[in-house]
Design a protein around this ligand. Sequence first.
Ligand code: RB5
Length: 142
Amino acid sequence: MKFYIACDHAGYNIKENVIQIVKNLGYEIINLGTDSNERVDYPDFAHKLSKAVLKDEGSYGILICGTGIGMSLAANKHKGIRAALCHDAYTAQMARAHNDANVLCFGERVNGLGVIESMLKAWCDTSFEGGRHANRVKKIEI
Ligand code: RB5
C-alpha cells in the first residue's frame, strides 16, 4: 500500500507523526507539503495530492487541515477521488468498506494522534466490500 500525504499550515504540526505512523504500519508514504507553519491555502495542497493519487493507480492519499473539511471539499472536485472526512476508526473502516474511499481526511484541531493511528490502522486493514456498494459508488460520479 502506498500513500501520499499533504497538509496546510493547520495540519503541519502533526504531519511528521502521521508519516511515522504510516511507516510503522509498514507502508510507503510520500510527502507533498506544506513543510512549515507559514499560512497556505488548503485547496492548493488538496489538488496537488489528488492529482498524484489519480496518476498512481492503487495509491491512497492523506489530507490534513484544521478540521479536514476544506481538504475533503477540494479533493472531491476531482473525478475519481473519493475523499472521506473521518473522525474515528469506525468512519475510516466504513469509508474503505462501503465507499471505496481513496483519500482519508482529518483535522489536526479535531483528532489526537491516538485516534489518528486507530483510523489509519482501520483504513489499512479494510478492503472495499464491492457488491451492492460498488453500484452505489459508481452512482457518485455525475
Ligand atoms: C485554516 O485556518 C483552516 O481554515 C483550514 O485548515 C481548514 O480547517 C479548512 O477547512
